[in-house]
Design a protein around this ligand. Sequence first.
Ligand SMILES: CC(C)(COP(=O)(O)OP(=O)(O)OC[C@H]1O[C@@H](n2cnc3c(N)ncnc32)[C@H](O)[C@@H]1OP(=O)(O)O)[C@@H](O)C(=O)NCCC(=O)NCCS
Length: 325
Amino acid sequence: MRAVVKGIGHSVPSGVLTNKDLESMVSTTDEWIIQRTGIHERRVATAEETASTFAIESSQRALASAGLTGADIDMVIVATVTGDRIFPATACLVQDAIGAKHAGAFDVGAACAGFIYACSVATAMLESGQCKRALVVGVDVLTKTLDYTDRSTCILFGDGGGAVVLEAQEGTDRGVLKSLLLSDGAGAKHIGMDLGGSLHPVCKPHEGVTPYLYMAGAEVYRFAVNAMGDACVKLLELAGMTSSDIDLFVPHQANLRIIDSAAERLKLPDEKVFINVGKYGNTSGGSIPIGLSEAVEQGRLKPGMLVMTVGFGAGLVWGSNLIRW
Ligand SMILES: CC(C)(COP(=O)(O)OP(=O)(O)OC[C@H]1O[C@@H](n2cnc3c(N)ncnc32)[C@H](O)[C@@H]1OP(=O)(O)O)[C@@H](O)C(=O)NCCC(=O)NCCS
């Protein structure tokens, strides 16, 4: 039994925040941001737009591309750390909006590696026969958590999401072939958001606790460069493949230099590496499904191709999926 991709779609806000715009908000320059990150602009949600806005729209697009409706889905999984509310799960809002009346629904919290984790969980459920069709969404609206006076974080992130429909099929060589999920909680302090959890509930006084996302950029950078390459090499080994088998590499889009170092480690030529960090920045859980969806739209990802995805994020967590499209 395999978890085969039946449809895909993505959705991003229409609001654009350029590096030039940021120059008037914090002490930074277009040149610095491009040189250190590869980011030119990012999409930013309005006050009314939330994680469910982009989750629902991308889900509707994925269902349409699969030729299915919500009634055909029996599991909804949303990877997000910026859901509409702490609870209930954003997956339930998606389940209701698409009319998946007989589906289970839950969120997965693995930050920027969330879509990798959610795909792996959905695949296990499909392969074991627990469900027949799963809708897997990766979405985040991290701009709502940013301090736009902190130049070390506010330049990096953007909003958006993407969704895939995975279907259990027998007798096919297509589908999610293998996954690798890893973590190191000792690095939990390097990136996160403290306010609103059970440690620092919003309804209690919270002196000294920042309400914004915090990040130790250099530590996360060092971790990411090793983690991305390591996960890919290990997963290829487990699958009995080499990097020359990869047709398209769709890595988490956090920083062009991190992507380049992973691609170099795998010795992949430029045409096999999908990059859109320049126009979206880091969309966290949205990053990989947006990349996959745009690769399909651009004709760079076609049925039968072997695609490798890899992500890393707050936790620390990281992981990779090998998918025969
Ligand atoms: C954040 C990041 C781009 C910073 O790049 P860097 O090359 O490591 O830069 P540093 O943090 O060493 O900072 C170098 C200098 O630039 C300054 N700087 C930081 N942000 C700046 C900005 N937006 N504009 C101008 N200067 C900036 C720093 O203050 C520092 O100045 P100093 O040397 O006078 O102290 C990089 O560390 C990174 O991408 N980290 C990973 C982040 C990530 O992926 N997070 C998401 C995880 S899913």
